[in-house]
Design a protein around this ligand. Structure first.
Ligand code: NDP
Ligand code: OXD
Length: 321
């Protein structure tokens, strides 16, 4: 019997999302089924049983009447959830060690960068100024991670090993060894009050949109060795109020920020974030999805599905992540 085809709908734009590269990887791991890079001519949409997607055009997936599973090629499904015509079939997101560890590297790099006063030291180097300031130990700072899921937990564990005091905030109560866990709206203020470096690894949902705003920043601890608190956002741009961030950097509510994600991507050339001296900016590459790893992950999930096993990391559409 012919196996249902796998359609690839990939619209990433950057090198990592080169559709041809992904097609080669999928052909390698799904040798017994047809892999179709969309858009393609001569395709009978009813033959397509699986779709592996990154930012498909809204409505694109509705064209396949026999779709059984949609695989999102990243961890965040916000772009898919915005598609009102998304077929009502299981939606699986990425949760693999490769991606989780890449994000952990980003978070640790940026927490250390602020903790070790890298902005000041690079500025000193540019000015040929030999003027070290006192350096405090990691244990003097509290890092608070909003989003204590797959990525947040791994980052928390490594930050804790380095010696930071670590807390996390999630929707439902969590328990992570050595991490001070807070949950829900009722515990948000307590979480913020003890936080010097706020790391955002939240998904973008109706509940979290715009959550990184002045009200939240004003509640962070302002008495740490850093002086003003620091924001690191690698979740999604839609979580942050960008006007508030810029204003809070001016009036000292925030001391510095590291931003990997923006409300508009690519970031427009005239954005003030590009040149702001207190902003460390990266182009949404905190944790790339690796075509080798992720194509194998999707192939494994299809095999599970076809032998009647439960799919892993299925999205709860009600929660939106
Ligand atoms: P998970 O689903 O594993 O974790 C999400 C966490 O956020 C959970 O702890 C969840 O709570 C919490 N959360 C969700 N909604 C709320 C809310 N309303 N209030 C409080 N907490 C909430 O996701 P991942 O860790 O795998 O990924 C997180 C996000 O990181 C992705 O959605 C994506 O947007 C972003 N990302 C960014 C990348 C980049 O390169 N910049 C790369 C990969 C991902 P609970 O534990 O109760 O469910
Ligand atoms: C993801 C991302 O969600 O790359 O995986 O942002």
């Amino acid at each position: 019997m012919t196996k249902g085809a796998l359609a690839l709908l990939i619209h990433g734009g950057t090198d990592n999302w080169s559709p041809d590269r992904w097609k080669l990887r999928f052909e390698d791991v799904c040798r017994d089924r047809r892999v179709i890079l969309m858009p393609a001519t001569g395709v009978d949409p009813s033959e397509v049983h699986y779709a592996a997607v990154w930012k498909p055009v809204p409505g694109e997936l509705a064209a396949f009447p026999n779709l059984k599973v949609i695989f999102n090629l990243g961890a965040g499904v916000d772009a898919l959830m915005a598609d009102k015509s998304l077929p009502d079939v299981p939606l699986v997101r990425v949760a693999v060690d490769d991606l989780t560890n890449r994000m952990m590297e980003y978070v640790v790099l940026h927490v250390l960068m602020h903790h070790r006063q890298e902005l000041y030291l690079r500025d000193s180097q540019a000015a040929k100024r030999w003027a070290p300031k006192p350096q405090w130990p990691a244990g003097a700072l509290s890092v608070g991670i909003m989003g204590l899921g797959t990525l947040g937990i791994r980052s928390a564990e490594v930050l804790k090993t380095i010696g930071f005091r670590v807390a996390g905030w999630s929707r439902s109560p969590r328990q992570v060894d050595g991490v001070n866990c807070f949950a829900g709206a009722a515990e948000l203020d307590a979480f913020l009050r003890r936080t010097d470096i706020l790391v955002s690894l939240l998904p973008l949902t109706a509940d979290t949109r715009g959550i990184l705003n002045r009200d939240i920043f004003a509640k962070l601890n302002h008495t740490s060795p850093l002086g003003a608190p620091v924001l690191i956002n690698a979740g999604r741009g839609g979580l942050q109020n960008e006007a508030d961030i810029l204003a809070c950097l001016v009036d000292g509510t925030l001391g510095a920020v590291s931003l990997d994600v923006f409300t508009q991507e690519p970031l427009p050339a005239d954005s003030p974030f590009w040149t702001h001296p207190k902003v460390v900016l990266t182009p949404h590459n905190a944790a790339d999805t690796d075509p080798d790893e992720i194509s194998k992950y999707v192939a494994r999930q299809i095999a599970r599905f076809e032998t009647g096993e439960a799919l892993e990391n299925a999205v709860d559409r009600g929660r939106g992540y």
